[in-house]
Design a binder for this molecule. Structure first.
Ligand SMILES: Nc1ncnc2c1ncn2[C@@H]1O[C@H](COP(=O)(O)OP(=O)(O)O)[C@@H](O)[C@H]1O
Ligand SMILES: [Mg+2]
Length: 171
């Protein structure tokens, strides 16, 4: 992906540099404004790459005022805010994808739900397909987030956020 494609065109695949947490908060707010449930968002990237920071900023941007903790021990935390039911999962500690069956995601994932899933590959075969994949990484020493729409709805969301985040986030 070239930076030109990533930052200047209206594609469902793009990159934003996020030099600090304030930049993450601005980008997450763009997603929170544009996202319509139901939606499934995979958050990929190494330990410490910024996945929980993004999820926390997204939930706060919806208007949730409490503490958003990392779900790495409990696997799942649920929030109600801004008309959405956010299901924040972190599958890092899962040993067998079958463990996901105990969470009864099928029952929780309804028309009002947005799923934010850290370490989705560890739940392979037991998760809904993503509408959107966000990849948290580093580029030339700076942090970045790559976004790619995976379904028609996800591509529409990615395009909308490509536009709204252009001025809100440095690129
Ligand atoms: N864009 C960013 N710029 C600077 N620091 C960040 C950024 N995103 C996250 N951090 C910091 O990096 C650390 C790890 O972030 P976290 O979101 O917990 O990672 P992950 O959930 O991917 O393991 C935290 O201390 C967080 O404050
Ligand atoms: Mg995390």
């Amino acid at each position: 992906m070239t930076d030109d494609l990533a930052t200047h065109s209206d594609t469902p695949t793009w990159r934003r540099m996020v030099p600090d947490e304030a930049a993450v908060a601005r980008l997450a707010a763009c997603f929170a404004r544009a996202a319509e449930p139901p939606a499934v968002v995979y958050l990929r990237g190494d330990l410490g790459a910024g996945k929980t920071t993004f999820a926390r900023a997204y939930i706060h941007a919806l208007g949730y005022e409490g503490y958003v903790k990392s779900p790495s021990y409990g696997l799942l935390e649920t929030y109600e805010a801004g008309g959405q039911k956010v299901l924040h999962l972190d599958l890092y500690r899962i040993e067998d994808p079958e463990e996901l069956e105990f969470l009864a995601l099928r029952d929780l994932f309804d028309e009002r739900a947005v799923l934010l899933i850290e370490w989705p590959d560890r739940g392979a075969g037991h998760l809904p397909d993503p509408d959107l994949v966000l990849e948290f990484g580093e580029l030339a020493g700076g942090r970045c987030i790559d976004c790619s729409g995976q379904s028609d709805r996800g591509r529409a969301l990615a395009r909308a956020v490509a536009r709204s985040s252009r001025n809100a986030v440095s690129s």
